[in-house]
Write a protein that binds this ligand. Structure first.
Ligand code: ZN
Length: 62
């Protein structure tokens, strides 16, 4: 994923790192669902989370 054209809304920085906490997001009504990993895009300069990306959104439907 290319994040080089992103700008931090908090500090204007353009250096980002992507990370995940390996906790899957699950549909509210389906606690047993596998769900999908979240990918955080974090500003390296100030730590602002620029975006939270769900890797496989379709898995939240099953
Ligand atoms: Zn920043």
């Amino acid at each position: 994923m290319n994040v080089s054209d992103k700008k931090c809304t908090a500090c204007g920085g353009s250096s980002f790192v992507q990370a995940t906490d390996f906790i899957n997001l699950r549909p509210l009504d389906k606690k047993m669902a596998i769900g999908s990993e979240r990918i955080y895009t974090i500003c390296l300069d100030c730590g602002e989370v620029a975006s939270i990306h769900v890797k496989n959104p379709e898995k939240l439907l099953k």
